[in-house]
Design a protein around this ligand. Structure first.
Ligand code: FCB
Length: 517
């Protein structure tokens, strides 16, 4: 891990548009300040990095089952070994410390802590206690997510998230984690991206457990929300000082032709079934009326019992915002589709339970290796909207809990990746967050996804999101240029202007030039 101290010249010398002899001061001159209290960090998730599949009592989750299903994951990849973080956590914490990370968002594995969804396994908790203590010793604030998609397979066998009982088991598990770590971890988020758990997992068939049922996805969404609300209530009752919330992933769904009512309606459905289906019950204690109309034929409301919405709307302190891209939605398919679906020959379908006539249209924006459009201004618009319509009135803080990009990294012979594309991406999106701050949205911080290259779900190890390269043969970690740039932003509290230095070599996230200064 010696390369972590390497300073790549590309990060110090302005390229292309500035003179090669210009001093680093010029870069700073084109930069903007990052507020002193704005927290910068990185995020990961248990199944994507830990490995150690059956060690110390851990049993299988739905992702173990799914990844071992032929054709489910690209390359037949599994999380059995992943980044071996379970054994290398100390070095990974030291790496974060050396990069200056202020906070680390990680998830705990339900299957390690409550194997088969049942009794508590002390050895599973021991691991997270060691991890949290290492973080605290390194001066890095731990941000704990209780559920990042790894449901115990034994619970899936009893119905998984389509069963109400799973919410009860989730409370048992959450309280066990709190028993051990409640004195050291201040920020607790219940769920990561329930949209993906419910609709990629139970409706689209793209993620574990691989079901393709619109009705099951809706049942799962409600029970996930119920599990969230119950845990918030119980943790709040135990300790009023905890900072509690959940993380949602959002799209910014723009109608392809705003003057065509059919496109407007298609975009409304996508917004309803991805964003508002979670936001409204949490912040307003009700599901949106238009959503209920759209999904009425699927029996959604049969799962909603008296009192559920009161539980789900238990007050939270922080909303985690995950943003990767927005989309232009039309009612007809485009001539050439953006294709980020992956099915390895499996049967998959749209994740939206009732938006079969909604289609994503390419807008000519540059793409990441996931075929996701690069659209930083969507993040500014999203944060302003969330603040205005939801978080602001409720007095809830916003924090970007994920944002990042996969690109086709090319390491040099020493394993170093000069990822100007990812560097530009991070700068542009951090700038978009600061634009929202300037517009009056009190965003508290930003986690880059991800610290390490890791198991990218159905894409296996084929897509690399890390600011640190992982050589999966040797497990050697090598910070990429983006990691060094991010470290420099954290150390200097200044965000360089992405457009001045990097557009020649990386994709231009602003082809219209609107944001260039
Ligand atoms: C998010 C997930 C995260 C990672 C990124 C790329 O949806 O929360 O685990 O896979 O996408």
């Amino acid at each position: 891990m010696t390369s972590q101290t390497r300073t790549h010249p590309a990060l110090l010398v302005p390229s292309s548009s500035a003179s090669a002899s210009a001093a680093p001061d010029l870069v700073l001159a084109a930069s903007r300040p990052v507020p002193q209290d704005f927290v910068l960090g990185v995020a990961t998730a248990a199944y994507q990095i830990e490995g150690a599949r059956h060690e110390d009592g851990r049993t299988d989750s739905i992702w173990d089952t799914f990844s071992h299903t032929p054709g489910a994951v690209v390359g037949g990849d599994t999380g059995d070994v992943a980044c071996e973080h379970y054994h290398r956590y100390e070095a990974d914490v030291e790496l974060m410390r050396s990069l200056g990370m202020q906070s680390y968002r990680f998830s705990t594995s339900w299957d390690r802590i409550c194997p088969d969804g049942g009794a508590v396994n002390a050895r599973g908790l021991d691991f997270y206690e060691r991890l949290v203590d290492s973080l605290l010793a390194a001066g890095i604030a731990p941000w704990l997510t209780l559920y990042h998609w790894d449901l115990p397979q034994a619970l899936e066998d009893r119905g998984g998230w389509t069963s109400r009982e799973t919410a009860d088991r989730f409370v048992d598990y959450a309280l066990a984690v709190h028993d051990r770590l409640g004195d050291r971890v201040r920020t607790w988020t219940t769920l990561n991206e329930p949209f993906c758990s419910a609709f990629l997992g139970y409706t689209a068939g793209m993620h574990a457990p691989g079901r393709t049922s619109p009705a099951d996805g809706l049942a799962a969404a409600h029970h996930l929300l119920l599990a969230h609300g119950r845990v918030v209530q119980q943790l709040r009752a135990r300790d009023a000082d905890l900072e509690l919330g959940l993380t949602l992933n959002f799209t910014v769904a723009d109608p392809l032709d705003p003057s065509d009512p059919r496109d407007v309606d298609a975009a409304r459905r996508v917004d309803g079934q991805m964003n508002r289906i979670f936001l409204d019950p949490v912040f307003r204690g009700s599901y949106p009326a238009d959503l209920l109309d759209d999904v009425r034929h699927l029996g959604f409301e049969d799962h909603v019992r008296d009192g559920d919405l009161e539980v789900i709307s238990a007050p939270i302190d922080v909303l985690g915002v995950n943003y990767y891209n927005g989309e232009a939605i039309g009612h007809e398919p485009p001539a050439a589709a953006l294709d980020d679906s992956v099915n390895g020959g499996r049967t998959t379908r749209s994740p939206f339970p009732a938006a079969d006539d909604a289609h994503r249209h390419p807008r000519g924006l540059p793409l990441t290796a996931m075929d996701w459009e690069i659209q930083p201004d969507g993040l500014t618009r999203l944060l302003v909207r969330l603040q205005t319509e939801y978080a602001g009135p409720a007095g809830v803080a916003l924090h970007v809990t994920e944002n990042g990009a996969a690109f086709e990294d090319v390491p040099d012979e020493g394993g170093f990746v000069e990822d100007r594309d990812r560097t530009a991406y991070v700068r542009a999106h951090l700038g978009a967050v600061l634009d929202a701050v300037d517009a009056g949205v009190p965003v508290r911080g930003y986690f880059y996804w991800s610290l390490l290259d890791n198991f990218e779900w159905a894409w296996g190890y084929a897509k690399r999101f890390g600011i640190v390269r992982v050589d999966y043969d040797t497990q050697v970690r090598t910070p990429k240029a983006s990691a060094l740039d991010y470290a420099r932003i954290i150390a200097t509290r200044r965000l360089p202007n992405p457009w001045a230095e990097l557009t020649e070599d990386g994709p231009d996230p602003d082809p219209a030039g609107e944001r260039r200064r």
